[in-house]
Ligand binder design. Sequence first.
Ligand code: UDP
Ligand code: MG
Length: 325
Amino acid sequence: MDEPILTIVVPCFNEEAVLEETAKRLRAVLSRVCREHLASYGSTILFVDDGSSDRTWEMIDRNIQEYRDITGLKLSRNFGHQNALISGIETARPYSDCVITIDADLQDDVNAIRQFLLKYQEGYDIVYGVRDKRETDTFFKRNTALLFYRIMGKLGVKMVPNHADFRLMDRRVLDEFVKYQEENIFLRGMIPLLGFRSTEVYYNRAERFAGESKYPLKKMLNFAIDGLTSFSIAPIRMVTYLGGIVAGIGFLIGMYALIQHFLGHVVTGWTSMIISIWMIGGLQLIATGIIGEYIGKIFKETKHRPRYTVEKRLLTDGRRDVEKK
Ligand code: UDP
Ligand code: MG
């Protein structure tokens, strides 16, 4: 088998503190796997600048001028981690045999890339990078993540636990993937849906090399809710059941109240009334919220807007869509 042309896609959002080191380490790994004939010398690293407001693009640009194996994509504004990944994948697809996506902050072990390629040569189409331990994450993040995987699993969404967006995908996988045109994307849930032969490679997840996490609590929560509601209608079904149960209880209480009325008893239950009003009010709000989530999703999908906009594309010479600055 000829050595595959590999593209390593790296989404970057305000990563000036790590970028130099990331580029250095990735280049080292790339040249090593090329020497070992695990990947072709035509392989490249594609940095995607997701609308950074710091010097990220400047640094990417400098690396592009200096090294042949570094390329870059600049999005016109911040589109979010998942869209940045997609823009990189779609750009690399026409000229790559396989793509590896990895975060810019060096939390994922760059040395695992070699294992990915060994598995790829064994014939696997998807290789998931899975964290061995999560001890570098906070207690809170670890447990909420666990809870999230549990809930997703119960709702029937197949996901690889402790796998973030560090993975290898063969071109055939990407060809199928780009047919999924939905607006709300959650790669971790979508890739397993595609099928194909897949395997896992374990690695230790390190601390962020420098800079800050771009996933504060609120963003993480939003990410989880999006993941949940993009993949399953189970929550909305739950609301229906819940509504049925509450209505049933309401009916019984109504009967009871009527009987009491005809027996001539005076109504005393102020407490129970207040409790029921609040309880039902709360349930209704939750139900409306969940339904709203789905309507919001439908609204977004019907617009069919592009998921990202590329402002500048700096690929290596000889490729078709090179754009000069
Ligand atoms: N990222 C991005 N766009 C965003 C947020 C993050 O491209 O809007 C990139 C970021 O630069 C990093 C990766 O996505 O390479 C993962 O983000 P981060 O490390 O902040 O997330 P965490 O590891 O804390 O979950
Ligand atoms: Mg990180």
